[in-house]
Structures are given as C-alpha cells and as structure tokens.
Design a protein around this ligand. Structure first.
Ligand code: NAD
Length: 354
C-alpha cells in the first residue's frame, strides 16, 4: 500500500483536499495503485485542537508517509497569535522536518483559459514550463546581521552560500524531471556578479555531462525575468537558487491566468509534499465555490513524482483539460457563455472524465 497523509488545514483547505482525495480514490479504482489515506491536523485547525500549529504527531506521520497532500493554512482568527503559534509555522516546520529541498512549480497555459492571461494569447498559447527552486539554502538561510555599525554608519547584511552537494542535488532533480518532459533545462544565475552563481554554473555544467539527452542553457536572472514575459514558450525546466526561484516562480505563476489551477510539489529525501499555490482563501471558505483544480493537479504531481504513476497522473491532467474544454467553470474562472459549477459539482465532472 502507498500511504498518503492528507492535511486539509484551514479555510478552503478541507474543501480542496476533499475534492483531490475523491479524484485519487477514483484513479485508484482504475489504476490499482493501492492508495491509503490518513488525515492529520496542521495550521490554525491544529492550534485550536492541540494548542500548536504543527503537532509532533502530524510531523511523525508525514515522515513515514509515501507522500503528503496539503490544502492551505491561515486565517484572521489566528493572525494575532504569538509567531510560534501562527498557522504558517506549520509549513516552515514541515519543510524543515521533512528536509524539503526543492520546490517544483509547473505553469501550464490552458487554451480554454487563455483570455485570463495578462500576456497576449499568441505569446502564451501552448506554454508549459516548470520552475525547480532550491528551497533550503542560499541567502534565505545564510548568516545575517540585522544591524551593526561599520565605518561609523549603521548597516545590515545577509550572506549567500551554496555548497557543491547542495547544487548537485537540485540540478540532478531538475535533469531527472526534464527527462520526463521535453528534455530541456535552463539554469538561472547571476554569474556575471556573484561568486555563488559562478559555483552554481560550474556544478550544473558538471552534472549535465551525465545527461547527454537533456539540452542545457544558462541565463542571467535579469534576462530570465524578461524572457518569461517575452517568450515563455522557450522554457521547459528552469532550475535556480532559493531567492531567484522565489521571485521567478511568482512572476511565472500569472502567465497561466488563474491561481486556482496552479499546483506545486516540494521534494524531500524521504518523502514529498504536494499543495496548491493558493492560500486558505477565507473570503470564500465553506461556500462550495473554491476551484479545486490546483489541488487536484497537485495530486497528479504526487502520482507522477512520488509514486511513479505517470499514466494515472496524465489521466487526471487530461480529465481537467476535458472539463475545461467542455465549458465547465468555477466562479473564479467563469465568464459569459460558460457553465458555472460549484466545487463539488466540478469534482464529480472531473471524476466522470477520468
Ligand atoms: P489566497 O491565495 O488565500 O487568496 C487570494 C485571492 O484569491 C482571494 O480572493 C481568494 O478568494 C482567491 N482564491 C485563492 N485560491 C482560490 C481558488 N482555488 N479558487 C477560487 N478563488 C481562489 O491568498 P491571501 O488572501 O493572501 O491569504 C489568505 C490566507 O491564506 C492568509 O492567512 C495567508 O497567510 C494564507 N496563505 C497560506 C498559504 C499556504 O497555506 N500555503 C499560502 C498563501 C497564503
């Protein structure tokens, strides 16, 4: 059996994870993967029940799981708590506790939703890229100084460092992922200025020698930011450092036009973690209007990357394509002339198309 820990969290989290589990159960009937689900608490819901956002019991269960499916955490109710009790601490604790070293964010442009993109349709039609971001190193985790006096003036600093094994690990993941896709990796750095980027570029080049079937090119981050809006279709897999990935993945996320459809994966050595990129959307929670597709597509990533069930992953992705092509829309992507459906209805419609 393959054990999946489901963490619904707060706000719309329970609704979207419920939809994704329904889809996974239907997939399991068809593909006989042997999925087993267990639900655990995290975020505000865990604080209310256990007095802490990430109970040890949740983290332990996740460590033993084949994969984790996560909804979202957070909400006004918990905004004024002391930092260590705030819902987002659950996410930091899970990332750290599970050693999630890479974040994968696919950006796919759906033909049916192309008008939602802020870019011209001819620029984005057919766009399908994946950003692989290093998640536990670099400047976000380096030494820092909030304030010191230097040469008579106050200053602050943050240090970036990357080791060879850290860059090797993320690069291998990017190349392995590219082999499942169109076989192209773009490594993004600032090697004209930064020493860490020069090491990054050297290591990426070394790792690439083991993947002769994958094409590699290098871009400076400023150029990459520009190319993402000028010609996003040139990209297949982008691999980059923590800070550059943070910025580029948010830039890229708007290309597709809808936050509700964006999945993500965070990969660890022991297990991996799958969640939509949106938050807990408290403004629409409990109303049966949230778009569950981002979480359902995260479940497809779970099948692909954690369970090596590529056919099952593709079946989910094409069921979503068909649902959109057949004109069904949740409120966030609805426009005149289409069929408006709620969260539960769209989940049924997707299940029917599996
Ligand atoms: P959000 O992503 O929750 O919502 C932004 C807007 O997009 C809202 O109007 C919401 O209704 C809409 N929206 C988001 N997902 C949608 C979907 N699937 N279908 C339809 N509409 C959707 O971001 P926010 O409002 O900035 O944050 C709300 C809460 O979520 C905060 O407490 C924040 O800390 C938390 N948050 C959690 C995560 C996470 O758990 N990974 C990520 C981001 C924000």
């Amino acid at each position: 059996m393959k054990k999946i820990i489901v963490i619904p969290g707060d706000g719309v989290g329970p609704e979207v994870t419920d939809s994704a589990v329904k889809v996974l159960k239907k997939i399991d009937e068809k593909f006989k993967i042997g999925l087993e689900f267990e639900t655990r608490y995290a975020g505000g819901a865990a604080y209310d029940k256990f007095g802490e956002p990430l109970p040890a019991e949740t983290l332990d269960a996740c460590k033993k799981a084949d994969a984790i499916l996560f909804g979202a955490v957070g909400g006004k109710k918990w905004d004024n708590l002391e930092v260590k009790f705030r819902p987002e601490q659950a996410l930091f604790g899970l990332r750290k506790g599970l050693g999630l070293f890479a974040n994968l964010r696919p950006v796919k442009v759906y033909d049916a939703l192309i008008d939602g993109s802020p870019l011209k349709p001819e620029l984005v039609r057919g766009g399908d890229l994946l950003i692989v971001r290093e998640l536990v190193g670099g400047i976000y985790f380096g030494d820092r100084c909030e304030s010191e006096i230097y040469n008579g003036v106050e200053r602050a600093w943050d240090m970036e460092n990357y080791s060879v094994p850290e860059v090797e690990r993320i690069t291998k993941l990017a190349f392995d992922t590219a082999k499942l896709r169109r076989g192209k990796v773009t490594s993004v750095d600032k090697a004209n200025v930064l020493s860490t980027s020069r090491l990054w570029r050297k290591v990426v080049g070394e790792v690439a020698k083991n993947y002769p079937e994958v094409e590699l090119n290098h871009l400076y981050v400023d150029n990459c930011a520009m190319q993402l809006v000028l010609n996003p279709k040139q990209f297949d897999v982008i691999v980059t450092s923590n800070m550059f990935g943070d910025i580029l993945s948010d830039e890229a996320s708007v290309i597709g036009g809808s936050i509700g459809l964006m999945p993500s994966a965070s990969m660890g050595e022991l297990t991996s973690f799958y969640e939509p990129i949106h938050g807990s959307a408290p403004d629409i929670a409990g109303k049966n209007i949230v778009n569950p597709m981002g979480t359902i597509l995260s479940a497809a990533m779970l099948l692909r990357y954690s369970l090596q069930a590529e056919d099952a992953a593709k079946a989910i992705e094409s069921a979503i394509d068909k649902t959109l092509d057949d004109g069904y829309r949740t409120a966030d992507i609805f426009s005149e002339g289409f069929k408006k459906v709620g969260t539960k209805e769209v989940t049924e419609i997707i299940c029917d198309r599996l």
